[in-house]
Write a protein that binds this ligand. Structure first.
Ligand code: HEM
Length: 182
């Protein structure tokens, strides 16, 4: 996992809790890196799992809730650091159509070690469609939060129905999604 994700997690903790909480989470986690992360460097996936698990214990919330909240925060973080074209998209549907071939491809071009998930958005109508996700990391809760964060950014709301999940043994996750303008 790239350092940017760890940097985002730290900023998330500082915004929603405080430095003391982040330090406690670092101390409680088993980290080969020692807990210092550089933006474009790759770290073990197990470190983010350990940090997220200990953070949710500290905050006394279920892991699923923590990952979803982090996903929502992560979108705002990425949009500030990501390519400028992202600012020009009008809605979440346009972003979703470009995640795989533009956004994540760009991440891999800049950071050849990055591993990005598979995403496919197939619209049924202008405002609804199905979204498929697959990743060795099975972070569908983060993906759901990212999508909520994206909708908020584009002034929309999104209803998501998780109709198939990798955590139930399926080979990918599928959501039926429906967007509406605020
Ligand atoms: C709705 C929008 C998005 C969704 C649903 C999404 C989904 C995800 C998910 C779930 C991950 C975690 C890794 C995994 O599951 O294997 C991830 C990683 C990542 N995404 Fe996205 N993403 C979105 C937008 C963006 C944007 C706007 C950017 C940047 C401009 C971005 C850059 C990244 C980066 C840098 C990583 C880490 C890759 C690594 O650690 O190797 N994503 N994305």
């Amino acid at each position: 996992m790239l350092g940017i994700v760890f940097n985002a997690l730290e900023e998330f903790v500082l915004e929603t809790a405080d430095m003391e909480t982040w330090n406690a989470v670092i101390d409680a986690s088993d980290l080969q890196s020692g807990g210092a992360y550089t933006f474009g460097v790759t770290y073990e996936d197990s470190e983010i799992v350990s940090l997220a698990t200990n953070l949710c214990k500290q905050l006394d919330i279920p892991l699923e809730t923590g990952l979803d909240l982090f996903g929502q925060f992560f979108f705002g973080y990425l949009i500030k650091k990501g390519p400028i074209e992202l600012q020009e998209y009008n809605d979440t549907q346009t972003l979703l159509k470009n995640i795989e071939d533009v956004v994540h491809r760009d991440v891999k071009r800049l950071h050849p070690n990055a591993y990005t998930p598979f995403f496919e958005y197939l619209p049924d109508t202008q405002s609804s469609g199905s979204l498929t996700y697959a990743s060795k990391r099975r972070l569908c809760m983060v993906a759901g939060g990212l999508l909520q964060g994206a909708a908020k950014h584009y002034g929309q709301s999104v209803e998501m129905e998780h109709v198939q999940c990798m955590h139930d043994g399926a080979e990918n996750c599928i959501w039926q999604v429906k967007f509406s303008k605020h």
